[in-house]
Design a binder for this molecule. Structure first.
Ligand code: GCO
Length: 447
């Protein structure tokens, strides 16, 4: 009996050690000595596109949708007027030109177009069409996101993405938008951050509908892939040369203790759930044990939203609140997670396996005093420049965000804008980091 126990112990120890040694080799976590990096030494192709990104619910104001209902029901800070962008977009687009942008990513608010099931309002779609015309007149490429976390309250009441039978309504909305705008909009993100939407809404319960069920989360992940795949097929049949992709958040998961087999197991599991399962759906047409019709190779580009890495272990969030650890040499952002620009390269390498061009659809930092953002911007642009010079096919960089806006469950406490917004007066003021970004764009537009 003792021999059996001892043998089992030795086998367990040996396999645990082998697992850790393999992971440490296979998944390095590089950290640069940034004092020795000349982050000013950056270069980009002449046709590289410089941009910023926003999302309807975060900037437009005056919305009634799944999020406004959730804000009310959970007693969250209300999005309310947000940046009043729906009324101010013409002036706000002046800021795009002031920065010298050549691409701008924004989202369409379904609840404006279809406030009640089957009742379509053409006026807001005309406004979005006017936005597209204005962008084109400014020499700015529009990038449209069809679902950026928000959708009509009536669709949420039907279960939203939790029921396959609801997907045709979402597809119909997207097709209506595409019919109107695709004569002038070439680049489309079907869904923003499917893993954030599913994990925050159905695992951690911090986003609508505020559920906490792994089973539901997996169902949502599959249905989001189903929706994307159906959309890809439909939109490509309407305009084969349209460029259709997803804005995928790639958060890296690293073990808090790189010698702990448990921390490694948690990190690898979360990485697979967050990115691996989704990428497998695109590469193989199968996701989480199910075949997802039309999902294989359903991308013309991959949008990459990169922010940070999470250091994981068994302490991972159980309360629903995300707790963020950092390495000793890392600086925490106001959001709590660390600045980890080295991870940007890892994220680029991760999505490059999809073998399609990469658009950086989001990268930025919560920094109300603009003290970290200049360094954050330079480090991430340096990493991007290095990746491009190493051969990665990266077309654009969209800074998150153009201006301070409603940061979901964090309300207005997190400030991501190149322009600071005074929400009492709706005044916009360009931050120093915005001036820096403008200077970089100007210098690179000359080359
Ligand atoms: C997201 C969204 C953005 C956020 C941004 C900062 O990643 O949650 O795409 O809406 O505001 O990423 O957290």
């Amino acid at each position: 009996m003792l021999n059996v126990f001892l043998t089992a112990m030795i086998v367990t120890l040996a396999s645990g050690t082998a697992f850790v040694l393999y992971c440490r080799w296979r998944y390095p976590e590089p950290h640069l000595n940034w004092s020795e990096v000349d982050v000013e030494s950056i270069s980009f192709p002449p046709d590289f596109l410089w941009g910023a990104a926003t999302a309807a619910h975060q900037v437009e104001g005056g919305l009634h949708n799944n999020w406004s209902v959730f804000e009310e029901s959970r007693g969250l800070e209300k999005s309310g007027e947000a940046c009043d962008h729906w009324n101010r977009w013409k002036e706000d687009f002046e800021m795009l030109s002031e920065l010298g942008l050549t691409t701008y990513r924004f989202s369409i608010e379904w609840s404006r177009l279809e406030p009640e099931p089957g009742k379509w309002d053409s006026a807001p779609l005309q406004v979005y069409s006017d936005m597209v015309d204005d962008l084109l007149n400014r020499g700015i490429r529009p990038v449209v996101t069809l679902h950026h976390f928000s959708h009509p309250a009536w669709w949420e009441d039907r279960g939203g993405f939790s029921k396959k039978e609801n997907l045709p309504e979402f597809i119909a909305y997207c097709e209506r938008v595409f019919e109107t705008l695709s004569d002038r909009v070439d680049v489309w993100c079907t869904i923003n951050e499917p893993t954030v939407f599913s994990s925050m809404g159905y695992t951690l319960g911090q986003f609508p509908p505020g559920h906490r069920s792994i089973r539901q989360t997996l169902r949502i992940m599959r249905n989001l892939m189903r929706a994307h795949a159906a959309l890809y097929a439909s939109l490509k049949s309407r305009r084969p040369d349209a460029s259709i992709g997803v804005a995928k958040n790639v958060t890296l998961f690293d073990p808090l203790n790189r010698w702990s087999p448990i921390d490694w197991a948690v990190a690898r599991l979360l990485d697979w759930l967050w990115s691996g399962a989704w990428q497998r759906g695109i590469l193989s047409g199968r996701m989480l044990g199910s075949r997802v019709r039309g999902s294989k190779n359903s991308l013309d580009f991959i949008g990459l939203n990169y922010y940070t890495h999470f250091l994981t272990g068994l302490f991972m969030p159980t309360t629903g609140e995300l707790a963020f650890a950092r390495r000793e040499n890392e600086v925490s952002t106001e959001f709590g997670y660390p600045m980890y620009a080295e991870g940007f390269r890892r994220a680029i390498e991760k999505v490059s396996v999809l073998n399609v061009p990469i658009e950086i659809t989001e990268n930025g930092v919560a920094d109300s005093n603009d003290v970290l953002r200049p360094e954050h911007l330079m480090r991430h642009l340096w990493v991007l420049s290095e990746a491009i010079s190493d051969g990665y096919d990266i077309k654009s960089f969209h800074h998150w965000s153009l201006m301070d806006n409603f940061e979901w469950a964090e309300g207005y406490s997190m400030r991501f804008g190149l322009y600071e917004v005074d929400f009492d007066t709706q005044e916009r003021n360009l931050r120093k980091s915005g001036e820096l970004y403008r200077k970089i764009i100007t210098e690179h537009m000359k080359t």
